[in-house]
Design a protein around this ligand. Sequence first.
Ligand SMILES: CC(C)(COP(=O)(O)OP(=O)(O)OC[C@H]1O[C@@H](n2cnc3c(N)ncnc32)[C@H](O)[C@@H]1OP(=O)(O)O)[C@@H](O)C(=O)NCCC(=O)NCCS
Length: 372
Amino acid sequence: MTYAAITGWGKCMPPATLTNEDLSKFLDTNDEWIVSRTGMKERRVSHVSATEMAVIAAKRALACAGIEGGQVDLIIYGSCSNDEQVPNCASGVQVAIGATKAASMDLNTACTSFLYSLTAATAMIRTGVAKTAIVIGVELISPFMDWDNRNVAVLFGDGCAAVVLQATDKQEGILGEELGCLADARQTLRVRGMGTAYTNRGVTSGDTEWDFDGQEIFKRAVQGMVQASQAVMKKCGVTPDDIDLVVPHQANLRIIDAVVSRSGIPMEKVMLTVQRYGNMSAATVPVALAESLEEGRMKPGALVLMPAFGAGLTVCAHLVRWGDRVTPLALSDAELPPVKKSALDMVQDIRARKHRDTSKAGLHGLTFIEQM
Ligand SMILES: CC(C)(COP(=O)(O)OP(=O)(O)OC[C@H]1O[C@@H](n2cnc3c(N)ncnc32)[C@H](O)[C@@H]1OP(=O)(O)O)[C@@H](O)C(=O)NCCC(=O)NCCS
């Protein structure tokens, strides 16, 4: 049987940091509320496009795996905040890393996009369609954020990471996964202002309002991730004691706490990044994975559980067997250009650009979409 081992990893975090105190300068919020309800202290705001972050992360992952772009035959770009729709973003990464013989595609399941992409790439490697793949989780949420809504503005951040998958006979990479979608709850999270439904009605793309039922999402996310985690452990014949490391989606520290405690796994086994990066949607799990290696928390042969959820409400849990290598074969010298503005200044620029009054009418009354 062919498996798809994770042999390279690399992250690209934009340096500009937006603190809770920064947020309290333009929102009715405070550090105490944000930390106690979410565990978040700061998040990043990118000064470059999502594709630029993805290129740097992909170059770092390639160096880590000790391979060249020309050896890659599949690129999957997991994201819901694409720089553009046509052409796809994966092809932009392909050009920049010289992956001339690769197939390239974008995949959007919101916050679970990286893990769904990992499943798709693994399946293509198992069936012989590809041998070497790059899977990217990237998100540039800041331009799409409704920065005047404290219910959502404090929760998200930008970021990116990528992994290299390579075909192997060894039992490594994904051992099993559980994928699902709690579609009856899809109305709980909607970003109005992204997509043709809105541009057709005269809305400037990115001039958003978020429908966000935080408490309902919280409840469904915990239930969904616990069920998916239990199902994948059962399918693979492992118990919570067998799990060495949990690398979960990080939308809220209290959600993570509830998921692992109900799954019978102690918090000490969880790789946490929520305090420094907030929720980076598709980038969250791969960034946490890369940092678990940088911090020496990933041990050779570790069994890793990765539960996640996102808008849809998509839900999943993956069981991954890590290989022998936990250090990079080489380091890339690829770097982002320097940032000239503070994160707060960049957010204030985005806020200033939004023309809410002129476009608001087009954000509502989408009968067909709203009935689904
Ligand atoms: C959003 C979330 C943090 C809110 O936490 P909560 O404990 O459920 O808080 P509540 O919704 O009960 O809000 C309590 C109060 O805080 C207020 N509040 C909301 N955001 C606030 C903020 N940033 N600062 C201060 N007060 C805030 C609310 O207005 C509410 O006030 P009210 O009681 O006067 O109406 C939590 O529900 C959550 O994490 N949900 C899921 C996260 C998620 O969906 N992420 C994205 C999907 S991937």
